[in-house]
Design a binder for this molecule. Structure first.
Ligand code: ASP
Length: 439
């Protein structure tokens, strides 16, 4: 059995947290490869090292003195090193960082030092080999992650290596410059290393015991999810459920490697399993509910639209020409509605309206703002009758006006559009009917 273990920032925020992580790695020989994040928050009002690095580099680019800020970052690491009683110093590393900051090494380089230095400490603490992610996580000249080249280089590097630490979040461009993934990207690195090392399980250690059926900021103490498929997770994380980076499933998905989300502060909890497919029924008909506010709908009316070949293409062309991607497009006989992100759309709304008139000659175009989309996701829906009915009667009881309904062809999710103001009420009503009422 082989495992990759990725630790999030809160799991490595202090020496105390580092010791828990160390204990986890040492307690299971299968935990061969470790992917650390940068030190996160030790308490609520604390600042993540990554954010300290961005801020420090900003000062450096303004040509101002950043020594105080860099010192504060160094002391975060020194505190960890001292707490772990390690005989190492990062003095030389910080001299290099200071020099590179002065020479304008870039924002990505700056941010990546958070993971790089934590990786150095982790390797020393565990007695594992350190692999600089810049050597093995590769981006192409356009800044896109080069999955195949990375997989070749990394799997060769890891072959025959019993243990290694690969820092998360960054890699390098063909010219050697450091490039990071988007925020939270260490999850992606963990997945890439899992694929390259052909492990059996990708363990992702964080500060919660897995995924919850709904957002705890909306539902008090929501139920947990035991098992979720990659596809379900994709629907939920796209709609705003955050625990794992959206892109982290892709590398492991190609190999069918399961991800196990675990809690560093409660390692006995089984957490959530993310799998390709499973015969296990989820506890409830639905696996999860997630949603986002801030959408606009563009409602287009034209008598006999159904007979007009090419109408939809002309309308969509206008969105494409304006560089706007759309989220959903329900249509009727004489109507079609396009859902877009309000913030992307705001500046261009009048161009879009006139563009649609010019291209497609509709009877009217109407815009409705401040809408929210809610995704109710569950592999169990396919084999259960009445799910949509239950959702809509729950919403009707809660006095929520449903603006849009869209069921994906996979029968894995139902998307509902409501006013932003009804968002929380709608989620509570759906949660109650499927979860609270079931227990
Ligand atoms: N340290 C980076 C961030 O704060 C990446 C990560 O933690 O995954 O976004």
């Amino acid at each position: 059995m082989k495992k990759v273990v990725k630790f999030g920032g809160s799991s490595l925020a202090s020496a105390e947290q580092f010791m828990k992580a160390g204990e986890i790695v040492r307690s299971d020989k299968a935990r061969m490869y470790v992917v650390p994040s940068a030190p996160g928050k030790r308490y609520n009002s604390d600042t993540k090292v990554t954010d300290m690095l961005y801020a420090c580099y900003e000062i450096a680019t303004e040509g101002k003195d950043f020594s105080k800020q860099l010192k504060a970052i160094k002391s975060r690491y020194d505190e960890i090193i001292a707490g772990l009683k390690l005989k190492m110093t990062l003095a030389d590393e910080f001299n290099v960082i200071e020099k590179n900051f002065k020479e304008g090494a870039g924002r990505d380089y700056a941010a990546s030092r958070g993971e790089y230095l934590n990786g150095r400490i982790m390797a020393e603490y565990l007695g594992f080999e350190f692999i600089d992610a810049a050597e093995v996580i590769l981006f192409d000249k356009d800044g896109e992650f080069d999955s195949e080249k990375t997989n070749d280089v990394l799997s060769e590097r890891l072959a025959g290596m019993k243990n290694a630490v690969v820092p998360g979040f960054y890699g390098s461009l063909p010219d050697g410059k450091v490039k990071t993934f988007s925020r939270g990207g260490s999850d992606i690195t963990g997945s890439i290393v899992s694929r390259a090392a052909k492990v059996d399980i990708y363990e992702n250690w964080t500060d919660v015991s897995g995924f919850l059926v709904a957002d705890p900021r909306i539902i008090d103490d929501p139920a947990g999810i035991d098992t979720i498929t990659y596809r379900e997770l994709r629907e939920l994380s796209y709609m705003g459920a955050s625990v794992l980076h959206e892109d982290a499933i892709f590398p492991v998905r190609r190999e069918g490697i399961p991800i196990n989300i675990k809690n560093t502060n409660a390692p006995e909890d089984s957490g959530t399993w993310i799998v390709e497919s499973t015969a296990q029924k989820s506890k409830y008909v639905i696996t999860g509910i997630a949603g986002k506010k801030g959408f606009c709908s563009v409602n287009i009316d034209k008598a006999k639209m159904n007979n007009e070949i090419g109408f939809g293409r002309k309308v969509l062309q206008v969105f494409e020409d304006n560089g706007i991607s759309f989220e959903h497009m329900p249509s009727g006989i004489d109507t079609m509605t396009i859902f877009v992100h309000q913030d992307e759309f705001m500046d261009k709304e009048q161009q879009v309206v006139s563009g649609i008139h010019r291209m497609a000659h509709p009877d009217s175009v109407e815009i409705e703002a401040d809408l929210a989309l809610i995704a109710v996701v569950g592999r169990g829906m396919k084999s259960t009758r009445g799910t949509a009915g239950r959702i809509f009667s729950a919403l009707a009881h809660a006095q929520v006006n449903v603006k849009m309904i869209d069921q994906g062809s996979s029968e894995l999710n139902i998307i509902i559009g409501v006013a932003n103001n009804d968002f929380e009420t709608a989620i509570k009503a759906i949660y109650d009917i499927f979860v609270t009422a079931e227990v």
